[in-house]
Design a protein around this ligand. Structure first.
Ligand code: ZN
Length: 333
């Protein structure tokens, strides 16, 4: 789609075309964000607080924002109006509590946060965040990763970016034990002090802890879903035992901690048509008792959809982009 020029987007909105698209391309949409924080990086996972607030206000004005539980009921009862929006967040970042929840509460917008329980427990940063911190943003001049047989000087920023992307791709296509080992070796490239200061610099990527999760749930009424034990990609590189453990234990842990049902799952990475969700993972999610499991692939959503492979839409961080994207046919994003 030729939607790149800001001028075009503004005109679409100004002349009411976004409204027309919204009406003709009506479909329920489950949106996903990661975090809300001021971060000056072009590929940041976190949307600026002002943009987030504007997007939420836009949703309130033009859609029916419903809680996940309401969405679930309508989905199974075949009562979706096509006007529903569900707001979700993946991973479980601290800023969901500090920045997002107060805005959502003030606007009375229900929301769901999918958490990776081991990160909530340990405070460990996610593998991709570790790769970015160590390879792109640290003082390291020479990267050493034995497990990948990788020994190389790190040059300028664009070189660092390329290496970082390659390591991230490896992280996304490896089994969880190997992912843990890569992370351990990445961190070993810097001193404990430098690692701590990198974590401080990247505090937007810090996970919630259990007290925070409890507050999100009790004080702000957030629904808490599972994003596996670790940030575990349910692909064919994983063993069946590990898939079972990740899907069952995360659910159990959330239920124990919050004394509530954990009915929803978001598959980490979640590009099911690129192999991020195997048929076995889908069956296991069903067996574990999740009522709805979400991918990160967009599609028109209707009541015949496989509840273990539900589509979602990645929210855009620029408000004009967001408005146009919401109006487009789901396949065109
Ligand atoms: Zn995730």
């Amino acid at each position: 789609m030729a939607m790149r020029k800001p001028g075009l987007k503004h005109n679409l909105i100004r002349f009411g075309v976004a409204w027309l698209l919204r009406v003709t391309n009506r479909t329920p949409r489950v949106l996903f964000y990661h975090g809300v924080d001021q971060v000056d990086e072009e590929d940041s996972l976190h949307i600026a607080p002002e943009s987030f607030e504007r997007e939420m206000q836009f949703l309130l004005k033009h859609y029916e924002v419903v809680a996940m539980e309401e969405f679930e009921q309508r989905f199974f009862a075949n009562r979706l109006s096509g006007h529903e929006i569900v707001v979700t967040f993946d991973d479980g970042y601290c800023n969901n509590l500090t920045y997002a929840a107060p805005v959502l509460q003030s606007l009375k917008i229900p929301f769901t946060v999918f958490i990776s329980t081991a990160h909530i427990e340990s405070g460990d940063y996610f593998p991709t965040a570790i790769a970015r911190m160590i390879i792109r943003d640290s003082q390291v001049k020479h990267l050493s990763l034995d497990c990948l047989k990788l020994e190389m000087p790190l040059q300028d920023n664009s070189h660092r970016k390329i290496i970082c992307e390659a390591v991230i791709q490896t992280l996304k296509h490896s089994n969880v034990l190997f992912v843990n080992e890569i992370c351990r070796q990445l961190i070993a490239n810097v001193s404990a002090d430098e690692y701590q200061s990198l974590c401080d610099q990247h505090r937007a990527d810090r996970p919630l802890n259990w007290d925070d999760v409890q507050r999100l749930h009790e004080e702000y009424g957030g629904t808490i879903g599972s994003h596996c034990v670790q940030h575990f990609i349910c692909n064919a590189y994983q063993t069946d035992e590990e898939v079972i453990r990740q899907l069952f234990q995360s659910k159990q842990k959330i239920e124990e901690r919050l004394r509530t049902d954990c009915r929803y799952l978001a598959y980490p990475n979640g590009v099911y048509n690129a192999g991020d969700v195997t048929p076995f993972a889908m069956q296991t999610a069903q067996k574990a008792g999740y009522k709805l499991a979400f991918t990160t692939v967009t599609d028109r959503l209707h009541s015949n959809f496989n509840p273990m492979l539900m589509p979602r839409l990645a929210a855009r961080f620029e408000v004009e982009d967001f408005i146009v994207k919401l109006g487009l046919k789901p396949k065109y994003h």
